[in-house]
Design a protein around this ligand. Structure first.
Ligand code: NDP
Length: 294
């Protein structure tokens, strides 16, 4: 048996096209142009790549994109003043402060300063709390992408056994809440969990969000399981360059799983597409319009 490969590139492109259609509709019917502001502090090369791709994809979807680049030595007060300005700006419906922030800045204070209605990263405690309570919330983009990828294989996740490996605020915890909303039965595992292979073997749905190259082995998997690999790890190649691998031993898993996301070309593709979804949702909610059809 060889697993079906879940093509994040294709699914993300379809999602972006649906967002663009809805953006065109709200523009036509309500004269509303959703706007996303991205704040980049410092010049971390990986963050610069992400920010550029967010900018391009936001514009391609017909939304307004506002980029704010601040020097790495910006003061906490100046960064908070920019966030406050964006909170007040009626053209801005989504605010994303690219993380990680340079040392010396207080990430928690910055995240907490973002208007929860514009918190398209879903990291503000109001949104995290609402999600945990089962209420309508802006949810973090990577977990949203994981659910969409899973639903490309299973129309309903009801009653399925899911395991989420990793409990970060960015991925693991919100993913658990989204899976509960889908009526899956969820186990959350972390660095202190006992017998991880045994826990994984019971799962119909496996989400690996650890940050450890190929940690989840093929023989841990239940035959036919759906595997969503969130990990992005850079490992050295023989020629001195690097290549990306996930948290799952992909070749081994291919032979056992029913469906699997590749790295790259899986979850990573979905994250920015879901950021566009969140910006559109935030814009509609702020304008008092019904939830858009994406
Ligand atoms: P964190 O480092 O914040 O969290 C890692 C989690 O993995 C922790 O909960 C940790 O447990 C757990 N863990 C560590 N070692 C083990 C182990 N041996 N067994 C079981 N669990 C373990 O990472 P993130 O959640 O931010 O990211 C996870 C991965 O996803 C990374 O590779 C990151 O690059 C990638 N990522 C990909 C995105 C995408 O768009 N595709 C977006 C965001 C992240 P404990 O809590 O006990 O320390």
């Amino acid at each position: 048996m060889t697993a079906k490969i879940i093509d994040g590139k294709v699914i993300a492109a379809e999602l972006r096209a649906r967002v663009a259609d809805e953006v065109a509709r709200v523009k036509r019917e309500h004269n509303l142009v959703p706007g996303l502001a991205v704040v980049l502090v410092g010049s971390d090369p990986a963050s610069e790549v992400y920010v550029r791709s967010k900018h391009t994809q936001t514009q391609a979807a017909g939304m307004a994109s506002f980029e704010h680049k601040l020097p790495a030595d910006v003061s906490q007060a100046d960064l908070l003043a920019l966030v406050a300005k964006l909170n007040r700006d009626p053209a801005v419906h989504g605010i994303l402060v690219q993380l990680p922030l340079p040392k010396g800045l207080n990430t928690e204070a910055v995240v907490n300063a973002i208007d929860p209605a514009k918190d398209v990263d879903g990291l503000h405690p109001n949104n995290a709390g609402r999600l945990a309570g089962g209420f309508e919330a802006l949810s973090p983009c990577t977990p949203l992408g994981c659910i969409i990828l899973t639903k490309s294989v299973h129309a309903s996740l009801e009653g399925m056994n899911a395991i989420v490996i990793g409990r970060s605020n960015l991925v693991g915890r919100p993913l658990v809440q989204l899976l509960l909303n889908e009526n899956a039965t969820v186990t959350i595992a972390h660095s202190r969990s006992r017998d991880l292979p045994g826990l994984v073997r019971r799962a119909d749905l496996v989400y690996a969000a650890v940050g450890k190259s190929e940690m989840v082995r093929g023989d841990w998997l239940k035959p036919g399981a759906t595997v969503i690999d969130v990990g992005i790890n850079r490992i050295p190649k023989d020629d001195g360059k690097t290549r990306l691998v996930g948290d799952v031993a992909y070749q081994e898993a291919l032979a056992v799983a029913g469906a699997i996301t590749p790295v790259p070309g899986g979850v990573g593709q979905m994250t920015v597409a879901c950021l566009l979804v969140n910006t559109l949702r935030a814009a509609c909610a702020i304008a008092g319009l019904p939830k858009p059809a994406v």
